[in-house]
Design a binder for this molecule. Structure first.
Ligand code: ATP
Length: 496
């Protein structure tokens, strides 16, 4: 059986090499023809050595390539195969640009002589598996028109996917993924670095690491059921776990889908809520952390810097819609008010929110616009992509075209509008448990009490001990007449 397997492998390797030899030789037929003519001339002139060398140079080079490609594909790809292929992409685009632009509806007619005017093509570059170039919209066209034609351009050059970026001055940059690197799922490595800002979640379309910056940002991750939101959830929590273990980050988890998601790696979290009352209580606690920090930082600093004991707080909410739409009415109201306060006030005080949702409609996620960056995994339709990422984004980040066979793949749109195609590494349950057991969160220090959070301008709270619960004399409270319908949340909001 082993001998058969070896023989089959050898036959396949040799067949591959022969196929490459024939294909590459025939593809260079113009050069081959020139060499045949020149070689024969040299032979007729009695320069035998030079004549045979010229005659056989093309097949010999193709044979060398073919043997190298099958014998050592990695070095062949890095040294010869990759550069030759990328040169081919550039040449093909430059040569066929006028036809491509015309067929993709980007050419306009000159009003004087009726000649076709083709958009200008600049900076055609290649790197790894991508082809990048800039296109300038012609008179009568907008950058949006060029962006709308991006998919057609990508298809016409055989690209797997396209990303677009506005450059300004009527220019649009297109990055075509000519070879898909994301179709193979990847596994994460055990996190070890203490990171409080950005985390590595997977790969971008050119194979480089996908770093998601969480600093002073609130992140909304949207994707249909089974689109791989779990990978991003655990990619963030797991990569922050070493920092959480070191007291630089506190993870807060809300999972109202029976706690199924969060419970797998619960030890990483300092605070967890798996039912509606706990979720509202947790949001109230986190809001008090913000109010307390506001009073500590007021007049001293405008930016928060984490330190051990004074951590960054990251609130992770699995299936946000359960909290903001499907829970009981009182919970929805109270949770929505608190969440809006946290989203609007938390960023500057080291409190970030990462929320995951399947259904991104305004009715379910009313505070959608308060998130500053979005990760769109597989979505249902172009309309949903526009709803999640904004008008005009259906062509720049077509999340509705992400294949069901690629869970964890999608598009990230940063707060500056920059689009990246990415795929998250797959976090299996056992791996999550192992990371949670390696980096459990230390016991959470007591949270600021309501009176501490209410203390004004830090006058009675020493700034030297930020984050530590401070013993303060309780402020005399004047009893207030309250309407029975006003919630504790609304009172917190007034204080803030
Ligand atoms: N990054 C990934 N790479 C490869 N496979 C993945 C990846 N992420 C998830 N999967 C596969 O896809 C399946 C669904 O993923 P996951 O449960 O994370 O989806 P989801 O979006 O959270 O779905 P739901 O909203 O229904 O919970 C997983 O069981 C796993 O097999």
């Amino acid at each position: 059986m082993d001998a058969l397997g070896t023989a089959w492998a050898v036959i396949r390797t040799v067949a591959g090499a022969v196929w490459h030899l024939v294909w590459w030789t025939l593809r260079s037929w113009r050069l081959l023809l020139a060499c045949v003519v020149l070689g024969n001339v040299l032979l007729i002139l009695d320069h035998h050595l030079a004549g045979y060398a010229v005659l056989w140079c093309v097949p010999a080079f193709c044979l060398l390539r073919a043997v190298w490609a099958v014998a050592h594909p990695l070095t062949y790809e890095a040294v010869l195969g990759g550069p030759i292929r990328r040169r081919g992409w550039r040449r093909h685009l430059r040569k066929r640009w006028s036809t491509i632009a015309d067929r993709c509806g980007l050419a306009t007619s000159d009003s004087d002589d009726g000649a076709r005017v083709i958009p200008r093509l600049r900076r055609v570059r290649t790197s790894g598996n991508t082809l990048t170039f800039r296109v300038r919209a012609r008179v009568g066209h907008t950058v949006d028109d060029v962006a709308a034609a991006a998919e057609a351009i990508a298809t016409s050059v055989g690209a797997e996917a396209v990303e677009t970026r506005r450059i300004g001055g009527g220019w649009l940059e297109l990055t075509l993924t000519m070879r898909e690197l994301l179709h193979v799922p990847a596994l994460p490595v055990i996190p070890s670095a203490i990171e409080t800002g950005a985390v590595t979640l997977g790969r971008t379309s050119d194979g480089s690491p996908w770093r998601l910056d969480l600093t002073a940002r609130h992140t909304l991750v949207v994707g249909r059921s089974g689109s791989g939101k779990g990978s991003i959830f655990w990619g963030i929590a797991g990569n922050l776990a070493p920092a959480s273990h070191a007291g630089m980050v506190q993870l807060w988890g809300v999972d109202l889908k029976g706690g199924v998601e969060v419970s797998v790696g619960a030890p990483m979290f300092s605070h967890v809520a798996m039912n509606e009352p706990d979720a509202v209580r947790l949001l109230g606690d986190l809001h008090r952390v913000i109010v307390h920090r506001q009073s500590l930082m007021r007049g001293l600093s405008r930016t928060f810097t984490p330190s051990p004991g004074d951590p960054v707080h990251v609130l992770m909410i699995d299936e946000l819609a359960v909290l903001t739409a499907y829970a009981s009415k009182d919970v929805v109201n109270e949770a929505a008010t608190l969440l809006k306060l946290i989203l609007t006030q938390g960023r500057a005080f080291g409190v970030m929110v990462v929320a995951f949702v399947q259904d991104p409609r305004k009715e379910t996620v009313g505070m959608r616009d308060l998130f500053t960056q979005t990760v769109a995994l597989r979505l249902a339709s172009a309309a949903e992509t526009r709803m999640v990422l904004g008008e005009g984004m259906a062509s720049a980040a077509p999340a509705h075209h992400v294949a069901t066979t690629m869970p964890g793949a999608g598009y990230v749109v940063g707060d500056d509008g920059h689009v990246e195609r990415v795929r998250a590494d797959y976090w299996a349950d056992d791996f999550i448990r192992m990371v949670a057991a390696t980096f459990p969160a230390p016991p959470a220090p007591p949270l600021p009490t309501r009176s501490e959070a209410d203390s004004p301008a830090g006058d009675d709270v020493p700034a030297e001990a930020p984050g530590e619960p401070v013993e303060t004399a309780p402020r005399p409270r004047t009893p207030r007449k309250r309407s029975p319908r006003r919630s504790t949340v609304e009172r917190d909001a007034e204080v803030a």
